[in-house]
Design a protein around this ligand. Sequence first.
Ligand SMILES: Cc1cc2nc3c(=O)[nH]c(=O)nc-3n(C[C@H](O)[C@H](O)[C@H](O)COP(=O)(O)O)c2cc1C
Length: 179
Amino acid sequence: MEFRDAMLARHSCRAYTDQPVDQRALSMVLEAANAAPIGRRRYENVHLTVIRDKALLRDITENARRVLGDPEVNPLYGAPVMILVSVRADEGKISPVNIANAACVVENMHLAAADLGLGSCYIWGAVQTMQQSFELMYKLRLNEGFCPVSALILGHEAETRPARTPTVKTLELRFLDGE
Ligand SMILES: Cc1cc2nc3c(=O)[nH]c(=O)nc-3n(C[C@H](O)[C@H](O)[C@H](O)COP(=O)(O)O)c2cc1C
């Protein structure tokens, strides 16, 4: 797909089929993650975890339900893959640069998924609930000193959506051109 077409096709998919994501497509999404810009090239500050274990995906959903107090919430929308982005948190504090790094990684993967015709969605909410469960954090087997901050869920879309119409009007915009 042309880059512009992939960008306009990208959207947040919130309904997935049971079909697994094949390894080649997953590898291309992970290549996109690795091509993302990272502040000061501190690649060692970012860590990826590909979660395909159905029981663990269920645990993440159950934990979010418990923390949010909503037994109906389905924050991973039945996606078969979650690519969790964790960042180094020195003395438990996450630098804003690392949040930005994670966002760049997720967006690169999101665009790659759109290019491959796969559905995906940036996940923040459920990820923020993870640290409230020691048991869940243990199961994630993150490197010491790392915190999960964002994720991309990935899978085959249950229903397709037409590409968006290009516009410069969604975001407020001001030009400062000088004299
Ligand atoms: C930083 C960030 C966090 C997000 N977190 C979530 C989330 O936790 N759950 C969710 O369903 N969508 C999440 N989204 C997706 C946005 O809701 C979505 O991008 C927005 O509604 C615009 O829709 P579009 O992606 O289809 O253009 C997040 C997006 C961003 C950029």
